[in-house]
Design a protein. Structure first.
Length: 202
């Protein structure tokens, strides 16, 4: 979307070309902000989706003190998984590590802050920046402006670079969590059907 606009409108004029048809540029930026908002909210929702998947697939809703529906989130489900692991389910080890990876790291912290700001407060504005010096690798960069969340300042960020890196980090983790969940379920089923399982539980 932005690349096409730059090629057709700004290659010859530079950034000042946006003022030739500013209405068109404003409409484009509005669409880009909407797409960014949808993207980050969808990406941030992956951890919640995985939380529900793990919680119900592993029957954690049947434990003595199940979570309230509104509390089924990454933090609480990971805590339950770790408790189950420590209580005698070593097969949960890799699943715990993979699930924890989804919600760790500076980029996820930024994603969470950005998503909650966009969802509950206001759209974080995006701005198109041109490097006229030739010193930067990319001539054109779409930045997300800096914003405050929970008392912390999040600095201006290259939108495309951040979105690409965080997507590429989370996407394979999601697949790996699904694969490991299947492995865990097979192990649990094997233990359940073992002729010695009844004796061990007595």
């Amino acid at each position: 979307m932005m690349s096409e606009y730059i090629e057709s409108k700004l290659e010859e004029t530079g950034i000042w070309g946006v003022y030739d048809e500013y209405g068109e540029f404003s409409h484009l930026m509005l669409k880009i902000r909407a797409n960014i908002a949808a993207f980050v909210q969808s990406l941030h929702a992956v951890s919640d989706t995985c939380s529900h998947m793990l919680y119900y697939a592993l029957a954690l809703d049947t434990i003595p003190k199940p979570l309230r529906e509104r509390d089924i989130n990454a933090k609480e489900v990971l805590k339950l998984l770790e408790q189950q692991h420590d209580a005698g389910h070593p097969e949960y080890d890799k699943l715990c590590r993979l699930f924890q990876e989804i919600t760790t790291g500076d980029d996820y912290k930024y994603l969470s802050a950005l998503t909650n700001t966009v969802k509950h407060r206001s759209i974080v504005r995006s701005e198109l920046n041109e490097d006229a010096t030739g010193r930067r690798k990319e001539k054109w960069v779409l930045f997300l402006e800096s914003f405050w969340y929970a008392g912390e300042l999040f600095l201006r960020t290259d939108a495309r670079d951040f979105m690409r890196k965080e997507h590429d980090r989370i996407q394979p983790l999601t697949v790996n969590i699904g694969v490991e969940l299947n492995n865990v379920l097979m192990k649990l089923q094997s233990l359940k059907s073992s002729p010695h399982s009844g004796e061990e539980n007595q």
